[in-house]
Design a protein around this ligand. Sequence first.
Ligand code: 5MM
Length: 343
Amino acid sequence: MNKDQLAQVAKAMVAKNRGILAADESSGTIKRRFDAIGVESTADSRRDYREMMFRTADAMKNNISGVILYDETIRQNAKDGTPLVKIIEQMGSIPGIKVDAGVKPLTNYPGETITEGLDGLDARLAEYYKLGARFAKWRAVIDIAQSIPTYGCIKANAHALARYAALCQQANIVPIVEPEVLMDGGHDLARCYEVTEQVLKTVYEELYLARVFLEGTVLKPNMVVSGKKCATQAKPEQVAAETIRLFKQTVPVAVPGIAFLSGGQSDVEATANLDAINRAAALPWNVTFSYGRALQAAPQKAWSGKSENVPAAQAAFSHRARMNGLATTGEWTMDKESAARAA
Ligand code: 5MM
């Protein structure tokens, strides 16, 4: 393990003004996204769509530190034959790869899931390194509902995350550790806090037991937010206060950065919440974004599968990347959001 290299890559992934583009939708997820815009999901349409984003120079050079790719994408070439990985590198961004094999039902735990993908992971990581990946991602999913999550489910997922992280570092790949507490339910902010606290405490205990080098990791968590179906929705200032209070209690300062997922928040909401977190207090970690939907919803809609829409889609992607870049330093405002839109 080259600790200097791992720490350097992790630091670059969470540098101020920049964040991560999560473009690692698995085949089923990207099909659902394309269905919504009336585009058939084929290897070529997925390539065209992702190439459109990776060639958006101002976004990629100024605001996107790294891109999480799916197995298909890391092997794909652009229309002109250039490997997509090369385009990302030429833009000064770091290629990364999703290495989990998705969530499966957790035996004996009704309604709960475990993320799979540890079998043969060491060999896959060695191959991905050769293909250009310098970081990886593994997403554990914890749902909140009546009587769940259980400690058994949290522990099993945290253990898998730690095993994955150790294997990544052995292959000189920075692990993004993503324990996502879903915001889909009717639970309130306090319940999200309570569950996320238990999840993060368990994850860092497991990372410690697996002897993971924390300086060479990036955490990708959910913010402390109200469940989507909760009647009372917390405002950005409250989300920021509770998120910071929780993270100060659970995330070691040796971790260089926290790159939040958007989790189903609207794009502007995800930017406003990230901005409020960075505006509220000086923090011991760089706090940024690793958004999928919150970065891609607007460009996806603008593109809608038509080559003549590429400039509009790239403008929409640039705009969201720039707004989130501002949020990493607490300099985003609704005025900047609207001014850029009106221009
Ligand atoms: C881009 O979506 C990622 C892959 O999801 P599937 O494995 O379900 O296809 C997903 O892991 C994503 O990276 C995170 O959920 C963060 O994305 P959001 O949209 O929550 O910001």
